[in-house]
Design a protein around this ligand. Sequence first.
Ligand code: HEC
Length: 142
Amino acid sequence: MKVAAIGKLIGVVAAMGIATVAHAHGDVTPQVVDTHELKQLGADWLGVNPYRDNKKAIQIGSSAFNQNCARCHGLEAVSGGIAPDLRKLDLDPDTDVYFRDSVRRGKIRNGVTYMPPFEGVLNQEAIWAIKSYLESRRSSLQ
Ligand code: HEC
């Protein structure tokens, strides 16, 4: 096994440890997000974030992120190194599609779940709200 692979494995085990700790506080179950205050987007998945810079979306995305993603990606999106720092994602349509599909499908390779799929838990509105929140956090990068 390559060193990088071992490092990744340690990261996953660490993430699982954190998940267990989080479970003790009862916030490990994926949380449904109330998005009714946002413009509704319909059934077809968009390829570009429709809520970029939308204050309401950023607010909803902040709470959705902290409930569903922070245990691995870090509180307020400041990664502790277990999972990628999502403030660093580029602002372009390709990245929007990559983000959307990463969240829907999760990250599963060779039977190992690095990140669970959120399809069926988070709707399109919630996923774009989280993306908008992460974009708002870019300014906190050095
Ligand atoms: C159980 C831990 C865990 C949770 C919960 C989690 N992720 Fe992840 N996520 C990861 C890991 C680990 C990776 C890196 C996977 C890999 O190595 O391919 C990742 C990768 C990603 C990527 C790709 C990043 C890149 O730079 O390629 C995105 C986007 C992402 N996660 C978004 C989210 C969002 C949004 C949420 C909440 C809705 C979330 N994740 C919840 C662990 C998690």
